[in-house]
Design a protein around this ligand. Structure first.
Ligand code: GUN
Ligand code: MOS
Length: 764
C-alpha cells in the first residue's frame, strides 16, 4: 500500500491553502512587524499607509473585539502588540488591501515610534536576570549528589545545540470568510485546527461554535504549525470579521523565517559519573532553554527535554533541571522531537567526553548502559517491552560494527588529508502527549447507501501519510477495498476539541478511534445480515466484492448488504471516542506513567571529512529501528529516512544566527542551509527490527514521526570522531551544528583567535 497523495502532488492536483479558488471581493492581508527586538511602543502612524492605493483598512490591537491574547500554556502573547514589543517580527498591525502587492507596499509607509529597551538573546543571561517563562523543573531519581565521591570517574562540561527552521515547503497562512450570524470560517494551514478555532473565538469574542476551521492538508508542519499557525488564522479571521470580506494572509518565505519561532536552542551544563566498569552511576544536567519572547509551547518542550535527558540509558541517580528562559527572539516552539533531541544531545556529549578522557570508545560506554526491561526512567515509568539492547545488537551484527570501526581506523592510518569518523546513536522516545488530557480524539465514519465510506478524524495530513494509514485501518476493519474510502478534510464542525497532530501520536490516536467506529459499524452490519438471513453472526466476516462468509447467500456482497441495511433503517454512521488508557503523570512530583510506550532503535553513522576544506560527506547511515508490526513499510521507511535527514541537517549545516539586536541574520535560503540530495548519506539502510509492537500502537505499528530525527545526532559525533583523528589535541566544544566552518576551525585550532564564548554566531 503506497502513500495515497504523491501522484496528486507531482501532478499539481493536491489542494493547498494557496490553491483554494479566490472568492470575489477578497482582501489581502500583510503584517506590519516590530522593527526592534524590545521596546515601548509609543506611537503608530498609519496615515500614509491608509492613503496608499488599494488599502481598505489597517487593524491594530484596538480593533480586537475580544481578548488580545493567543498564549496557549501561559497567557503572555498578544495577537497584535500593545504597549510593548518583545521581538523583531512581532505582529503590530494588519494591512488589508485589494491586492497582495498593495498590502505589502503599504507596510513600508507605516511608522512606529518605539523606545528601545535592553535586548536579551542569550538564555543564560536571561536566567541570571530572573527572566523565566515558568519556574524551573527538576526530575530526580536516586541521589546524584551523594554518589560523586564513590564514582571512579567524574566529568563535567557544557553542551550547546542550535535552533532549527521548520522550513515546511508551504509557508504559514490562512484564508478567512465571514459567515452569516457574525461568525467566521477559516481555511488554515495548521496542525491544530482546534487551537486556531479556540484562540480565534477568544480574539473575536465569539463562541467556538461560531468559528469553523477546515484543513485539507499541509505542505509540511514539523511542529511549526502546532501552535504557530494560530496567529495567522486569527489575524485573517479578524480581518474578515471587521470588514465582512474574505481575507487571505500568506507569509512569504522571508517573513515566515523572520516572524516565526523555531526549535529551541539550548545551552546546558552536565556532570557524569561512572564506575570502574564504565557503568553510569550518576548524571546531573542543567538545561537553559532559549524560549524567545513568549511561552508558546516552551514549558512542554522543556518538560520533554527532562523526560529524555537520559536517552536510551539506565542511570540510577539523575538530577535534571531545566530553565525556560525569556529572550527577545520570536517565541520558539514545537519541532519534531519537541525538546527530546536537545536533552539527548547533552547526555551523548557527556558520554563522548568521558570516552575521550578515558581513551575508550564511546560505543563501549553506550552499550554498557542501555536500558533493560523494567529499568526505571527518572520519572518512575519502567521501560516495558524494551528493545534498546536488541536494536543495538541487531544493528551491530547486521552491519558489522567491528568491521566498520576497523575500516575507519585503517582508512585514517592510510590517509592524511581525509579522515573518517564513526558514531553509534541509540534512541529511546516516549510516545504520547506528555500532557495526559491531550491524548484523546474522535472519528466520525459515514457509510453511504452505495457502500462508499467517508471518514473524518482529528488528524491533519501534512505529508506524513496519516490519511493513508487511517484509510488502511478502516479498510481492514470493515473488510473493504481502500478505493471505497475517502478521508475527509479535518474540520472542527465534524470532529471537535481535538489535539494538534503532534507528538508522533496522530496515527495511533486517530487510527484507534477510526478502528473503534468501523468495528461498531461492522458489527451492526453483521447483525443486520444475520437478521436478514437468520444466521448467527459470530465468526462471520464481511468481505469486499466477495461473497460473505459461510452461510450468507452467495448473491450478497458489501454493496447489497449496506443497501439493505439502509432500507431497513440501520444507522450507517458511527462516532467513536478514543483516549489512550492508563496514562497519568503528577507534575508536582514529576513521576507517573506519561507514555503509552517507548520506541527504540540504533543508528551507525560514518562520515568522511576533507581536512583541507573542512567539508564532509555522510558516507552511510545504517539504522535498525523498532517499528513494531508496520502495516505500511513505504510510509514508515519514509518517515525514518526523512526524520534522520532532518536530524542530520540540525546537527550539521542548519545554523540560525541572530545578532545582538535580535535580528535574524540567517533570514533566507541563501544564508540558512538545509540538506539537499547531495548532503544525504550515500548509503541509507533501514532495518525493520523484529519486535511485537505495542497494543496501544495502532495495529501494533509503532509511532514513527519523531523518533528517527534523533538518529541525526550520531552525525555530530561521527564528525567529531573524524576531526579528532586528524587533530587529537583540539579543544572541541560540544557545540552543534558542526558546520564545515566549525570543522575547519577545529582542524586548525592554531589559526583560530581565542574567543570568550565558544562560537560567536553574531560574526556570521
Ligand atoms: N510534540 C511532540 N511531543 C509533544 C507533546 O508532548 N506535546 C505537544 N503538545 N506537542 C508535542
Ligand atoms: Mo509536535 S514537535 O508538533 O509533534
Amino acid at each position: 500500500m503506497n502513500h495515497l497523495d504523491p501522484q496528486r502532488h507531482v501532478r499539481g492536483e493536491s489542494q493547498y491553502l494557496d490553491d483554494v479558488p479566490t472568492q470575489q471581493g477578497t482582501l489581502y492581508a500583510a503584517v506590519f512587524e516590530s522593527p526592534l527586538a524590545h521596546g515601548k511602543l509609543l506611537a503608530l502612524d498609519l496615515s500614509a499607509a491608509l492613503a496608499a492605493p488599494g488599502v481598505v483598512r489597517i487593524l491594530t490591537a484596538e480593533d480586537i473585539p475580544g481578548y488580545n491574547q493567543i498564549g496557549g500554556i501561559v497567557p503572555d502573547e498578544p495577537l497584535l502588540a500593545e504597549g510593548h514589543v518583545h521581538f523583531r517580527g512581532q505582529p503590530v498591525a494588519l494591512v488589508l488591501a485589494r491586492t497582495e502587492h498593495q498590502a505589502h507596499a503599504a507596510l513600508k509607509l507605516i511608522k512606529a515610534e518605539i523606545e528601545l529597551l535592553p535586548i536579551i538573546t542569550d538564555p543564560r543571561v536571561a536566567a541570571a536576570q530572573g527572566e523565566l517563562i515558568v519556574p524551573p523543573r527538576t526530575f530526580k531519581i536516586g541521589d546524584s549528589a551523594a554518589t560523586w565521591a564513590s564514582c571512579a570517574h567524574v566529568f563535567e562540561g557544557v553542551a550547546e545545540s542550535g535552533g532549527q527552521e521548520h522550513l515546511y515547503i508551504e509557508t504559514q497562512g490562512a484564508y478567512a470568510f465571514p459567515t452569516e450570524m457574525g461568525g467566521v470560517r477559516i481555511i488554515s494551514s495548521t496542525q491544530g485546527p482546534t487551537a486556531v478555532q479556540r484562540h480565534t473565538a477568544h480574539v473575536l469574542g465569539l463562541g467556538m461554535h461560531q468559528v469553523e476551521v477546515d484543513v485539507t492538508r499541509l505542505g509540511g508542519g514539523f511542529g511549526g504549525k502546532e501552535d504557530q499557525a494560530t496567529p495567522w488564522g486569527a489575524l485573517a479571521a479578524l480581518g474578515a470579521f471587521c470588514t465582512k470580506k474574505p481575507v487571505k494572509l500568506v507569509l512569504d518565505r522571508m517573513a515566515d523565517m523572520r516572524m516565526t519561532g523555531k526549535r529551541h536552542p539550548y545551552s546546558s551544563d552536565f556532570k557524569i559519573g561512572l564506575d570502574e566498569n564504565l557503568k553510569i552511576v550518576a548524571y546531573e544536567v542543567t538545561f537553559f532553554q532559549n524560549a524567545g519572547a513568549a511561552a508558546d509551547l516552551s514549558p512542554a518542550v522543556m518538560e520533554r527535554t527532562l523526560f529524555h535527558a537520559t536517552n536510551a540509558y539506565f542511570v540510577p541517580n539523575v538530577t535534571a533541571t531545566a530553565f525556560s528562559c525569556r529572550t527577545n527572539l520570536p517565541p520558539n516552539t514545537a519541532f519534531r522531537g519537541f525538546g527530546g533531541p536537545q536533552g539527548m544531545f547533552v547526555i551523548e556529549s557527556a558520554i563522548a567526553k568521558a570516552a575521550e578522557e578515558l581513551g575508550v570508545s564511546a560505543a563501549r560506554i553506550q552499550r554498557q548502559n542501555l536500558l533493560r526491561e523494567n529499568d526505571l526512567f527518572s520519572y518512575r515509568q519502567p521501560a516495558e517491552m524494551c528493545h534498546a539492547e536488541q536494536a543495538w545488537d541487531t544493528a551491530a551484527r547486521l552491519y558489522n560494527l567491528c568491521a566498520l570501526r576497523k575500516d575507519v581506523d585503517q582508512f585514517n592510518l592510510e590517509n592524511k588529508l581525509f579522515k573518517k569518523g564513526l558514531a553509534v546513536m541509540p534512541i529511546c522516545f516516549g510516545i504520547s502527549f506528555t500532557k495526559t488530557p491531550m491524548n484523546q480524539t474522535r472519528a466520525l465514519v459515514h457509510i453511504y447507501s452505495d457502500g462508499s465510506v467517508g471518514i473524518s478524524t482529528g488528524a491533519v495530513e501534512m505529508g506524513q501519510g496519516v490519511n493513508t494509514k487511517i484509510a488502511q485501518v478502516a479498510a481492514r476493519t470493515l473488510g473493504i477495498s481502500i478505493n471505497r474510502i475517502k478521508i475527509e478534510t479535518t474540520n472542527t464542525t465534524r470532529v471537535a476539541n481535538t489535539s494538534p497532530s503532534a507528538a508522533s501520536a496522530t496515527a495511533d490516536l486517530n487510527g484507534k478511534a477510526t478502528e473503534m467506529a468501523c468495528a461498531a459499524l461492522r458489527e451492526r452490519l453483521l447483525r443486520h445480515a444475520c437478521t436478514e438471513y437468520t444466521l448467527n453472526y459470530e465468526g462471520l466476516e464481511i468481505r469486499d466484492e466477495e461473497v460473505l462468509a459461510a452461510g450468507i447467500p452467495a448473491e450478497t456482497n458489501w454493496d447489497k448488504l449496506v443497501s439493505s441495511a439502509f432500507w431497513k433503517r440501520v444507522a450507517l454512521t458511527e462516532n467513536a471516542h478514543y483516549a489512550t488508557p492508563d496514562l497519568h503523570f503528577d507534575a508536582t512530583t514529576n513521576t507517573g506513567h506519561p507514555f503509552a510506550y517507548h520506541v527504540y532503535g540504533t543508528a551507525f553513522t560514518t562520515v568522511t571529512v576533507d581536512c583541507l576544506r573542512g567539508t564532509y560527506t555522510v558516507d552511510a547511515l545504517r539504522i535498525a529501528h523498532d517499528f513494531g508490526q508496520s502495516f505500511n513499510h513505504f510510509i514508515d521507511r519514509g518517515q525514518i529516512e526523512g526524520g534522520a535527514m532532518q536530524g542530520i541537517g540540525w546537527m550539521t549545516m542548519e545554523e540560525i544566527a541572530y545578532n545582538e539586536e535580535g535580528r535574524l541574520l540567517s533570514n533566507s535560503l541563501n544564508s540558512y542551509k538545509i540538506p539537499d540530495i547531495y548532503a544525504a548519506p550515500k548509503v541509507l539502510d533501514v532495518h525493520f527490527l523484529d519486535t511485537p509492537g505495542h497494543p496501544k500502537a495502532i495495529l501494533r505499528s509503532k509511532a514513527v514521526g519523531e523518533p528517527p530525527l534523533m538518529y541525526g545526532i550520531g552525525t555530530y559525533f561521527a564528525l567529531r570522531d573524524a576531526v579528532r583523528a586528524f587533530q587529537p589535541h583540539t579543544a572541541l566544544p560540544f557545540s552543534a551544528p558542526m558546520t564545515p566552518e566549525k570543522v575547519l576551525m577545529s582542524l586548525y585550532p592554531e589559526f583560530v583567535q581565542p574567543r570568550e564564548t565558544s562560537w560567536d554566531t553574531s560574526r556570521v
